[in-house]
Design a protein around this ligand. Sequence first.
Ligand code: ATP
Length: 337
Amino acid sequence: MIQINNVSKIYRSKKGTVTAVKDVSLTIEAGEIFGMIGYSGAGKSTLLRMLNGLEIPTDGDVIVNGKSITKCSSAELRKSRQKIGMIFQHFNLLWSRTVLDNILFPLEIANVSKKERVERAKELIKLVGLEGRENAYPSELSGGQKQRVGIARALANNPDVLLCDEATSALDPETTDSILSLLTSINKQLGITIVMITHEMHVIQKVCQRVAVMENGRVVEEGHVVDVFTHPQQEITKKFVKQVRGTDEELNQQVIIESNGNDKTYRLTFKNGQANQPHISEVVKHFDIEINILQGKIVQTAEGSYGTLTIQLVGDLNNIKEAISYLESKQVEVEVA
Ligand SMILES: Nc1ncnc2c1ncn2[C@@H]1O[C@H](COP(=O)(O)OP(=O)(O)OP(=O)(O)O)[C@@H](O)[C@H]1O
């Protein structure tokens, strides 16, 4: 478990002071994939780097698996860091070393015997899908392959936590997907806690269970990904959600059923597997109303799917009310759009 307690970071230079992180408190559970999203300059990298002591907070404390990262000796910090792997946007590989030698490097530093480190490196090469490329140099690899080396190297000392600093931002969409799938399977297979920072909501959508939204050094919103996606509170969160959910402007479509004065437009939200249920056809069968579907979308997240459907209900007001009660009884959220 990672506890971030009232952490702030102020950079002071001749040019002045910058408060990069302001009074952030978060708890990240063991084994989860936790995302931090924000625009450039929001403070994500600074916060992430405080989780492994690459930056020391000006105030507050970071506790990883019961041990303070901020209030320990440098020897203790070195030991703790071996259990916290990190991967980077630009991979940070050693260019003069082969794939195998890059992965061996952290094992050499940890004084693992030669036999054991070669065995471990080979296991990792298999885990990340790089068999056959052991003797290649980073310059001979694609971006996705380089990140696979980065992941193998980060996992070398069996860490409990993997920090991902914009790990897919330099990759094309297809390669991004394959790296995100690899991270998800590593999280499942090895039970490693993953903390990732990104400015792309589809990354959060695909792999994270919970998310914190950062703006101007603060966490302005946090929660389960499905809840944040379906009910974003802050303007900045709404903007990020629009990256994957589409905009309300897309709703400006012609209404094709003639109004009788009672019709209204509703937004239905289906969560917890409800998106797969035939609720709309049940409403049409059981209530004497007409339904005009204006827009619909199902989004897959790491915690299952959720859907939104914007509909116009046309008919007798009482029938419309009954239909809405029926939908609500099926855990479908109904709002007037
Ligand atoms: N070493 C430093 N010295 C001075 N200011 C810094 C330093 N590192 C970061 N900052 C400043 O702190 C603020 C937060 O930066 P940070 O890199 O944490 O944001 P970010 O959300 O990760 O953005 P990006 O994705 O662009 O890196 C920015 O205003 C940045 O200029």
